[in-house]
Ligand binder design. Structure first.
Ligand code: ASP
Length: 365
């Protein structure tokens, strides 16, 4: 049976102006999937340089292969698959996680990550790390070796040192490309073209949104300059059908020192529950926190009996979108059904099927 089945097309979407980009494209149902990954959202196809696209695709495939090998090992759990895939993406300078993380307004790299397993709903997370090479390993250590869920800053780093996790000089995370990105965002902000984190591009401060009077939708940003959210994440199912999910990020370019986004917040950027699915998100974290996006998708699957595709489409397109919340999510259920939804022009995503086939896509290809 085909691993990818087009189940329906939301036909006759208004193909007007920039509107189409943020509308749900063809809804696709994926079957027999054991691992899904993401590398954040993408701008329009015209902005994608071929060499960079090729390099990113290669690293996504490497991450899928690492996840596949980890899942195949004797006694492997879904957590092992998630960890292996995320580590590869953290080690790549092309994604906003680990090496290649974006910069804060004062030119630091502050890393966040979380991991969760769906059997007992155990979870671990870290925020504001500056010297830990692989934050996803730190998140897992918090889950497995402490009685806590979230450690931050110096305390988290002290814990990582005690646990003998690999530490690096903060300069390890610095890349010229991200520094340039920061300078560009700061220059645009100064010129009033774009806004600081927390306000959308029309200048509306995110906090003014009310579910009853929705703010500007990303779909209304005709000709807008899309930001790229390069966070990485993975969701895996192991041989016995348990799910796990993990997310790792440098946060948002030009964020305040100390700002924490959705990625290390269980229920916002990451969630896993064997009774429904595992979820990893990427996008403007403040919105994902306020909408408890990851947990909301899982709860729709569990209580409303929605498919993973319908649940994630509803949260990303019908709830976050109209509020101005930009981003996407990857979802995988214990039965191998997967879904990818985003309200930006694209999202880097990949999936591995039970029979070992690996796929990477950015748009609805
Ligand atoms: N969600 C992340 C954050 O807000 C950013 C991203 O997805 O790239 O920190």
């Amino acid at each position: 049976m085909s691993s990818l089945r087009r189940c329906f097309v939301r036909s006759l979407l208004p193909l007007v102006g920039g509107l189409w980009m943020a509308m749900p494209a063809a809804a696709v149902e994926y079957e027999n999937v054991v691992l899904v990954i993401h590398g954040g959202t993408a701008r329009g196809r015209e902005t994608l340089k071929p060499e960079r696209e090729q390099a990113m695709r290669a690293d996504m495939l490497k991450a899928l292969a690492a996840g596949r090998d980890a899942l195949a090992a004797e006694g492997a759990t879904a957590l092992d698959g998630v960890q292996a895939a995320v580590c590869v993406l953290e080690d790549s300078p092309l994604f906003n996680a680990g090496r290649g993380a974006v910069f804060t307004a004062d030119e630091r790299n502050e890393l966040d990550a979380s991991i969760m397993e769906g059997t007992k709903l155990n979870a671990g997370a870290v925020a504001g790390l500056t010297i830990v090479k692989n934050p996803i390993l730190a998140a897992r250590a918090v889950m497995e070796r402490t009685e806590h869920v979230l450690l931050m800053g110096h305390g988290a780093e002290q814990f990582c040192r005690e646990q003998k996790l690999e530490l690096v000089d903060p300069s390890y995370f610095r890349t010229e490309e991200r520094l340039e990105e920061l300078r560009k965002v700061q220059a645009e902000e100064k010129a009033g073209k774009t806004s600081a984190v927390g306000a959308d591009l029309e200048g509306n401060v995110a906090q003014t949104f009310s579910p009853l009077t929705p703010g500007p939708s990303p779909a209304r940003g005709e000709g807008r300059t899309w930001k790229e959210y390069g966070t990485v994440g993975a969701v895996a199912v192991d041989k016995v059908g348990h799910v796990a999910a993990g997310t790792s990020t440098g946060g948002m370019t030009n964020k305040r020192h100390g700002r924490v986004g959705d990625s290390p917040i269980i229920g916002a950027g990451t969630y896993a529950d064997d009774r429904s699915c595992g979820v990893s998100c990427t996008g403007h974290g403040e919105f994902f926190i306020r909408f408890s996006a990851a947990q909301s998708i899982a709860t729709r699957v569990r209580l409303l009996k929605q498919s993973v595709e319908e649940a994630s489409r509803t949260v990303i397109h019908d709830e976050l979108g109209p509020a101005g919340g930009v981003g996407g999510a990857i979802v995988l259920a214990p039965d191998g059904h997967a879904a990818f939804n985003w309200n930006t022009p694209g999202m880097w995503h990949g999936w591995l099927t039970r029979d070992g086939r690996m796929n990477v896509a950015v748009y609805r290809e």
